[in-house]
Each structure stands twice: as structure tokens, then as C-alpha cells.
Design a protein around this ligand. Sequence first.
Ligand SMILES: Cc1ncc(COP(=O)(O)O)c(C=O)c1O
Length: 337
Amino acid sequence: MMDRDRRLAALVSQLSEETQAIRVGLDRTPEREHSEPIFTTSSFVFPDAATMADAFVNNSGLSIYARVDNPTVDGFCKRLAILEGAEACEATASGMGAILSTLMAHCQAGDRVLMSTGVFGATLNLVKNFFIKYGLEIELLSPTDLGAWERALSRPAKLAYCETPSNPTIEIVDIQALSNLCRAHGCLFVVDNCFMTPVLQKPLALGADLVMHSATKYLDGQGRVLGGAVLGRAELVEPVTSFIRSGGVTMSAFNAWVFLKGLETLDIRMKAHSDNALELALPLVTLYQDHSPGFFSCVVSDALPLFLATVRDRMGMYVEAFFPCFVYYWHKRSRYK
Ligand SMILES: Cc1ncc(COP(=O)(O)O)c(C=O)c1O
């Protein structure tokens, strides 16, 4: 570790999140590179057999084989973990790879899984067409009906899964309330945070046990590569890591490097997305309100309080800007139903 990295490690917790997103991750190599290197190598060499044995047998921390670990991928994991406020992070080849690995690691035949109906189509396909074949019991529940989750949790359930806001239905789950319910019933609570990113919402701080990402979306933000991530307490991420290493759903070093660059601009991009959404949605709100008086107040009373309670306070500016996206969605939904 170079002096600069040692100083940085000591300072990390005092840096703003915007700065952490640029500075945290890989330690600089003796080549003194400015940007993180891409370690495009399938495996790693050792100076002698004893060092190699130490790495294989005692997990000394030296990289062994790129399906198991890679410094560029580790750098992406460290940076995202800091932003999500997670103890541990593991990266996958795609967002679906993260979801598959989490369910494989934490569930077994006979387990009951509660899943929001408002989740990405491939997630539903995965559980309905595949996990069911291997003996998981899946119960689908409305993301906004807390009473239904409470009733469902009165029978033992291994894992509860939701996405908020959902893709593409933009339904919002009260993360804090659902995590309280899950904790009271000893059920793992998993949240797909793909749409909000840690800039706008931190599910772990609201009580979730694990967070999923399709890094393919905003974390990259420029439509270049596929990737995913699982974050949470080390004891919950470790079994997922173990599945990824054996199952081979590993993120490539090149993709990890692209995501490292994506994270550097995440904060400023989310603000720009929000500002653009506001500009686009406000005229639509006005237009729709003219045609359907009462629409706006109905949306405000139904959706805004929950959204405000869920999204972290610091981002009031974003909250205001995202809200019109929901109005825009409801406008379209009622129009084209
Ligand atoms: C909310 C959400 N979760 C998971 C996924 C799956 O991610 P990937 O396409 O990276 O496998 C997507 C993809 O659109 C998504 O929108």
C-alpha cells in the first residue's frame, strides 16, 4: 500500500459520498496510475509454493483465480459497499446473476419465499419457472398491501423480496415498515435498489438485510455493460460469494472497471435525471389535472407520504424531482389501460 492510500484509508469515513465514489476502491499500484487498472487475467502467479499454499489453504488474501476474485472487481465492490453503507458486497455478471445467487445461497427445498408482484419480469420468471421446480414455495403479494405481508408472515417464511420503486410499474414499498415485520418474524428481507441507487435510497439503513443491484442500469448509466451486486452484512453475503465462486456468475474485470467509472459520476447523474424528469413531468401533471380534477390530490395523498418516508431526508431535492415521474406513470397507466 502506498503512503497516499494509507492516508486515504484513514480518512475515508470523513469524506463526502461524492468523494468516496471517486476515491474508494483499489489501492494504487507501484506504477502510480491515475485511473484504476483493469486486471484482465484469468489467474495469478505466486513467488513460491509456500505463498501459494497460504493463499489456497489459509485464504491469505492474495488473488488466486478470476472466478474467485480479481482486484478490479474487488475495487468495484468496496466502492459500492461504502455508498450503500454495507459491510460486504459481491459482484455478479448481471443483475439476474445477483438475484439467482442470493436465492440459491439462502433458500432450499421446502422454504417459503414471499415476493412482491411488482418485480422485474425476469425475477418473477426465475422463481415461477425455475425455483418452483426445486421445491421452493412462492407466494406473490401486492407491494403496497402491508396487511397482506403481515398475514403471510404469520406462517414461517425464509425470505421476503421486493423492488422499490418497481420496474416498470413504479409501485413503492414501505421498506422500513416491511423490514420491521420481517425482523419480527425472523424472515430475511431483500430489496432490489436498482431504480433508486444508493444516491436516492439506502435500504440497509431502513432495515433491509440484503440489497440487490442490476448495475447495468444507473450504476453504469451509459448502457455499456451488464453487471449486478449483492450487499449486506458479511455473514449474509458470504454464502452468496460461495455460490458465485462455484456457480461462475462472476463479474468480469472489464465490466467492473466500467462500473468503477460509472460510480464516479453517479451522484451528479441522478441529480440530472431527476431535474430532467421534473421538467418533463410538470407540464403533463398540469395537462392531466385539467382533464381530470382531483387526480393530483389523489396521487399526493396516496403516494407522496410513503415516498417521503422511504427516501432519505437529505435528498429532498431529488424527492421533489422524482415525484413527477410517478405522476407521469399514473397518467400513462390510466390513459392506456
Ligand atoms: C429492477 C431490476 N432488477 C433486476 C434486473 C435484471 O438485471 P440485469 O438485466 O442486469 O440482469 C433489471 C433489469 O432490467 C431490473 O430492472
